[in-house]
Design a protein around this ligand. Structure first.
Ligand SMILES: *[C@@H]1O[C@H](CO)[C@@H](O)[C@H](O)[C@H]1NC(C)=O
Ligand SMILES: *[C@@H]1O[C@H](CO)[C@@H](O)[C@H](O)[C@H]1NC(C)=O
Length: 257
């Protein structure tokens, strides 16, 4: 059984490698993609299959959630939650939800593919969190242009939000951010509420700036075809929020100017 699980894991790794990196000119990773019925999948900032059970719990807790139970994972699966990556869930169990049978994932089965309760809690997997109260915000944006707003805009945004927007333009394009309105709780170091911009596909590298207050930030143009925006609000005081537009531009067009 143990060996079988390992084989499955290896199969997953091999099959999933192609799902990473550039596909149709868009850089893909799966960090913040899937969510249904309060259940969502997370991987470590270091990449796939890097979380011990303890670290997995911390990832969910950071966002105000906890490890999903088998029942929650199954409920999410029944409304279309399909992720081809094994993750920890409640009580040190590992598995992943499969909706559409495929030979590449879950060996043609449909259901929660269950590796069982792991004896070794230091094994490294992804994680499935549950947080029904998390306010919907953020997402993966692949449109050529779009307006991004703080949740509820033009109403005030709520307390305790964490939103990630991943903008993924086509390979060879760059992303031009232009702020239209900006009003985020002001403090000198932007420690309370802030919007951060990263010239990268995550919020680890490529830091461009952290913004709060009511000055309209300058335009930002990415160096590559991906960009990440992170908006965080604390437990008190909100403000009007923000609205910005991004446009994907052909890199050659910018260089000529
Ligand atoms: C538990 O898993 C970790 C990570 O795979 C491994 O390094 C360690 O040797 C395992 N421990 C035991 C007792 O099998
Ligand atoms: C951008 O590049 C694509 C493919 O190279 C081309 O089809 C498109 O017309 C270009 N768009 C602009 C605005 O130059």
């Amino acid at each position: 059984m143990h060996v079988l699980a390992l084989l499955w894991a290896c199969g997953l790794l091999l099959n999933e490698v192609q799902a990473w990196g550039f596909k149709n000119g868009i850089f893909h990773n799966s960090i913040w993609l899937e969510r249904a019925a309060g259940v969502y999948h997370r991987e470590s900032r270091k990449g796939r299959y890097q979380l011990t059970l303890k670290e997995a719990k911390a990832v969910c807790k950071y966002e105000g959630g906890k490890l999903a139970t088998y029942e929650q994972l199954e409920a999410a699966r029944q409304i279309g939650f399909h992720v081809c990556a094994a993750g920890w869930f409640d009580k040190g169990r590992v598995g992943y939800p499969i909706v559409k049978a495929g030979t590449n994932c879950g060996y043609g089965k449909v259901g929660v593919i269950d590796y069982g309760y792991r004896l070794n809690k230091s094994e490294r997997w992804d994680v499935y969190c549950y947080n029904p109260d998390s306010k919907e915000c953020g997402g993966v944006l692949t449109e050529q242009q779009k307006i991004i707003q703080s949740p509820g805009f033009p109403e005030e945004y709520q307390d305790e939000l964490i939103c990630y927007w991943h903008i993924r333009a086509r390979l060879g394009q760059r992303i031009h951010l232009h702020f239209l309105e900006f009003d985020v709780e002001d403090d000198t170091s932007c420690l309370a509420d802030y919007l951060e911009v990263y010239d990268s596909y995550d919020d680890v590298s490529g830091f461009v700036g952290r913004f709060c207050g009511d000055y309209l930030p300058d335009d930002v143009i990415s160096t590559g075809n991906v960009m990440t925006l992170k908006f965080l609000s604390d437990a008190s005081v909100t403000a009007g929020g923000f609205q910005l537009q991004y446009v994907a531009v052909n890199a050659s067009v910018i260089t000529q100017n």
